[in-house]
Design a protein around this ligand. Sequence first.
Ligand SMILES: C[S@@+](CC[C@H](N)C(=O)[O-])C[C@H]1O[C@@H](n2cnc3c(N)ncnc32)[C@H](O)[C@@H]1O
Ligand SMILES: *[C@@H]1O[C@H](CO)[C@@H](O)[C@H](O)[C@H]1NC(C)=O
Ligand SMILES: *[C@@H]1O[C@H](CO)[C@@H](O)[C@H](O)[C@H]1NC(C)=O
Length: 317
Amino acid sequence: MKEDQPPLHYLHNHRHQKRTTISAEIAAIYGSKLTKATALFLLLFLTYVLGYLFSSPSCHPFSQPITTTNRATSAPPNPLDEFKITTQCSPPLPSNLIRQTILDKVYNGTSPYANFPPAHVSNLLRPKRIKGWGSNGAVFENLISRIKPKTIIEVGTFLGASAIHMAQKAEAKGLKPQILCLDDFRGWPGFQHRFKDIKMVNGDVLLLYQFMQNVVYMNRTESIIAVPFSTGSGLEKLCEWGIVADLIEIDAGHDFNSAWADINRAYKILRPGGVLFGHDYFTAADNRGVRRAVNLFAKINGLKVKVDGQHWVIDSV
Ligand SMILES: C[S@@+](CC[C@H](N)C(=O)[O-])C[C@H]1O[C@@H](n2cnc3c(N)ncnc32)[C@H](O)[C@@H]1O
Ligand SMILES: *[C@@H]1O[C@H](CO)[C@@H](O)[C@H](O)[C@H]1NC(C)=O
Ligand SMILES: *[C@@H]1O[C@H](CO)[C@@H](O)[C@H](O)[C@H]1NC(C)=O
């Protein structure tokens, strides 16, 4: 997508050049016959018109249509508006249609657990290989008790530690939420140096399969299902399909930009009265940007950040 867009400086120069040459040509043709004042006026007028045309939103690949609120209130533009996620989500689906929607849209109508594991990896997987970070914190049980979620989205799943923990805590309370696990199941570059027992097959790190194997082992295939894509494209699609959740956990990329994008996208598909929460608000990873992203998001949206152990918690309004 980026390749299609000329760099900004090119557009600028191009626009500027065009404006001056055309104005100069017109001045050259008519200059001799008109009075100096008229020529000057004509020149200014044309410069204005051309400048307007070339900078109007329809000709400019980078600009967004100006919103009516900006125009009406004439408040100084907020530069953060440029970062807003403007996608319109579909009307929310009832929670009992969510699993089938994922099966249809992501898995062509067939459960990914059918005939699992496939023969070419079955001897490479461990029966159960679970490792997480703060994945059993009290925050999960606290929120499940309070919200009684029917749908949970986990953004960042890895081997499924926190997802399985949530399924167990919910069941213990007589709840059976559908848990969608959004992860590209690639880990991070070089993660296999710390997880040497997770095999690699022709560059595929087998995280999706080991996660599924863990879910199978723990008998949670009915409640836990992977949405194996990047958080950006995955959350965008969930919004487009009308999938909303009562509880959304953010635990994928921990740099500011990743956390910021995930939080903003996730908030769009949070049911009113639902809760957004995430890891690494109070750990060594703080400075990577999660806390800054959470605080900025809360500030801009007039929301309160609560802390539960290592996790941040934001209630929607
Ligand atoms: C810290 S781990 C999640 C741990 C899990 N919540 C737990 O407690 O057991 C982070 C995960 O986010 C995933 N991740 C990071 N950036 C991502 C992105 N942009 N899209 C999809 N997944 C991503 C990685 O693959 C990794 O599995
Ligand atoms: C998807 O499902 C349809 C209908 O069952 C089938 O014909 C098609 O081959 C499937 N596509 C893939 C990629 O499995
Ligand atoms: C899963 O279910 C099987 C059969 O119902 C049972 O033998 C096994 O102990 C269960 N495993 C877990 C981890 O609950």
